[in-house]
Design a protein around this ligand. Structure first.
Ligand code: SF4
Length: 405
């Protein structure tokens, strides 16, 4: 496939009056809502000043002592995909030797490993595989509910839902109802990247457009499904495009809180573009740790109606992930007993964590760790003393260690 034309410069920095940024930051510190120009001005202020306000808002909006995380497993039921995003190193065509589609027995094997370490949810996502029929999807959900009744299923990105909608001739509402009836609990908001079509067209010409992404998320929220909002930076997008992405999410959250009984986005996950083994390698600028932390802080200030922000240790590594707890994040995501998509394009970050590792990150940063479910409700307080004083090599020390299939 021909290499795409992708902007190679980092986000441009148009000059803005310095007083706008300072005034905006003062307003944010008072809990006031910022508009697009004000949010854009924050990128031109010293990061420690923006971070201090973001962290202050995090302390006000979530328990100031607690950092949460989830024990879960990402299961990618197929890597066959016909969308072919330029930033994806995970997908295969059906003729490639390592193309796969899991059968239900393989799926159960992976879930039993998760159950053995106390996990409570699977993130079930895959490529857009035109060989699969509706029965495969419905059967997969029914199989998990029948054989693993304590496991919550958050499944299918808006991209996969769009495929099903078109391929199976169902309206979106009918499709979601069928999936919910079969066992779907949530629709993770994967594939958000930057919800500006100029950016999306360059990075992935066949990728779901932002209008469809929001249409599908909106329908899921209306039906009471769990969703989260996602963002990826480093495509060469401008600050204005990043702010536009955040404001669209904030507007959707306002709508969900107003019209769907508060069932909007439960969390927000930001990470940086990983390009290793992809067609964007050497062509997209990516984002440094400074840019990541800056973007996280701006997101905390922008998203005044969405209170759980995740630290991205999988893309940033544990050290930057821990620092993120002082730039607006209040959550460490999940242990990710298995992760295949980000890891396929990244040699830098970590792709799974033990409970011991996440507990240590939280404790050393000055917080009390808590295990949550996917709706960010605390379900367990880990025994910190016992966990941290065990040898790391002891399997009992870290549920979730080294068990990927
Ligand atoms: S990111 Fe998803 S939709 Fe895009 S190529 Fe990879 S698996 Fe397919």
């Amino acid at each position: 496939m021909t290499a795409p034309e992708v902007a190679v410069t980092a986000a441009p920095s148009p000059s803005v009056p310095s007083t706008l940024g300072q005034d905006a930051l003062d307003r944010a510190a008072r809990g006031e809502r910022l508009d697009a120009a004000e949010l854009e001005s924050l990128y031109h202020l010293p990061l420690p000043e923006v971070a201090a306000v973001a962290h202050g808002l995090r302390l006000e909006r979530r328990d100031p002592d607690v950092v949460t995380f989830l024990i879960d497993r990402n299961i990618n039921y197929t890597n066959i995909c016909n969308v072919g995003c330029n930033f994806c190193a995970f997908y295969r065509t059906k003729r490639q030797a390592d193309a796969y589609t899991l059968d239900y027995a393989q799926l159960s094997h992976k879930i039993r490993e998760l159950e053995a370490v106390g996990g409570t949810r699977i993130l079930l996502q895959g490529g857009v595989n035109p060989e699969l029929g509706l029965d495969y999807y419905l059967g997969m959900l029914r199989h998990v509910k029948a054989h693993h009744p304590t496991i919550r299923i958050d499944a299918f990105s808006p991209e996969e839902v769009l495929f099903m909608e078109k391929a199976f001739g169902l309206s979106l509402d009918e499709l979601l109802d069928r999936l919910i009836e079969a066992g779907l609990d949530g629709l993770p908001g994967a594939g958000g990247e930057i919800l500006e079509d100029d950016v999306r067209r360059k990075a992935a010409p066949a990728r779901i457009r932002s209008e469809d992404w929001f249409r599908i998320i909106d329908a899921a929220q209306r039906r009471g499904l769990y969703t989260i909002a996602t963002m990826v930076i480093g495509f060469g997008e401008t600050y204005a495009q990043r702010v536009s992405h955040l404001l669209k999410i904030r507007a959707q959250q306002d709508k969900a809180q107003r019209e769907y009984g508060g069932n909007g986005f439960f969390g927000f996950a930001l990470w940086t573009l990983q390009t290793e083994n992809t067609r964007l390698a050497g062509k997209a600028p990516g984002a440094t740790a400074h840019e990541y932390l800056q973007q996280l802080a701006v997101a905390r200030i922008a998203l005044d109606n969405l209170h759980n922000l995740q630290a991205s240790w999988p893309a940033q590594g544990f050290k930057v992930g821990q620092a993120a707890l002082y730039y607006g994040a209040n959550d460490l995501g999940s242990t990710m007993l298995e992760e295949n998509v980000v890891s396929a394009a990244s040699g830098n970050g970590r792709h799974q964590a033990t409970v011991r590792e996440l507990v240590r990150i939280a404790v050393d940063a000055g917080f009390t760790p808590a295990i949550r479910n996917s709706r960010f409700e605390i379900i367990e307080w880990p025994d910190v003393e016992t966990i941290l004083h065990r040898a790391p090599s002891n399997p009992e020390a870290g549920r979730g260690v080294g068990a990927s299939a």
